[in-house]
Design a binder for this molecule. Sequence first.
Ligand SMILES: [Zn+2]
Length: 488
Amino acid sequence: MTNHHRKTIAAIGSGLLGAMLCYRAPAADAGVAHPAAPAVDPAVLARIREAAMNSDWAFRHLTDLADGIGARLSGSPQLVSAVIQVAELMRSLGAQVALQPVKVPHWVRGEEQAELVNFPGGPAGATQRLQLTALGGSSATPAKGLTARVIVVNDFDELKARSQEVRGNIVLFESRFDQQLADNGYASQAYQQAGMYRFNGPSAAAALGAAAALVRSIGGANFRLPHTGLTRWKDGQAPIPAAALATEDADLITRLAASGPVTMKLILTPQTLPDADSNNVIADWPGRERPAEYVVVSGHLDSWDLATGATDDGVGVIGAAAVIEVMRQLNLHPRRTIRFVGWTNEENGGRGNQAYFDSVSKTIDTQAAAIESDDGAGRSLGVGAAVTNDSLTMLQPVLRALAPIGATVLSHHDDELGSDIAPLQEAGVPGFAPLVDSRHYFDYHHTAADTLDKVDPLSFKTQVATMAVLAYYLAELPEPLPRFKISP
Ligand SMILES: [Zn+2]
């Protein structure tokens, strides 16, 4: 998945820089006055950046995970293998590894087929095959399928206005992904706008008696690929069959439905099995002075089942692991412990982050900061930070250290920077993410095309460099950054 943050970007330094409100770190020779003795040695930060940029460790181990194991949905044997593989990898670096037990949902995809069997202008007996994929949490149709009329709605207001037509029919939510937002650096916002129909549309349709619900796929590249993802049901609500249509097929149905009734035959046979055993992988790189204070650096181990999850979230979890590799290579032990977490079950339950939060909630002050990478494989543009205003000044040395690779933007947020670190952030832990060029992330997100070739090795290195410099800096600061609570 991705984080769901709504950006509120603030500027620091001399003033607001127009609408983007970003801060660009000054060049080292810009004549800006710096404190006499930096809290963290800039030369060390530069060595960390260079070590990350000169290493192919992360890409090699991403290849092992994505190609060598493949798709890693919760409950699958592949996710079990990924836990073992990443735990071994962290042990091989000399980190202290613990496997945190987590019970995870176990939903498995079945057959998925759909065709239009009656549509305006269609010759008798003609059908049109559609491209679709079940949403996580979907229930099954009868094995032979169900046949019903499709009711196309643009939004929840229209669903309400046409609620009398819904019972026994298939509702299609025609909610569009705004690629222009994504092109301008607001991919998360575009995802959130369209995503609320995937998350909540099927439940709303079920409440009105719909036989099934479809959503337009959330993505910006139209190669007739359906994008899966989680849909949510209300407590006690019986799920209905729910799927995402390729955008082209959503358009087709919308055009046809404008001229008359459209009838679809739909077969979906997913199953929900009993919860399965899984683990968060926790690997500590002990701090030299305050080993019981932690800077979490993380990504999620699980993926959807349609592809190998190279970008969602192979780059995040292996990129976070690579932070420890950089520390090992340079033999650096900052003041605090850097704690790698490979989260389980980010995609369809969030049980991993809940288990971790439960384990630290009584000692939450030991969690000094939390970083999550889950925004795809694009180049790092800088750092996203959910911190107090005063902390922004404190973070300037990180941006200065990253200036040679162009990762100079500090983006200030007041909400979650990753769904797995959100509970920590809600409890006051300062939250961070690499700020990633994600304009093309949703081309492949949750599709059969999320494969290793989508990862540019150089861009991936910039993400590792960003996380490594940031994690070291946060772990080395004499005092941790002030607490900053986001609202749930
Ligand atoms: Zn993800």
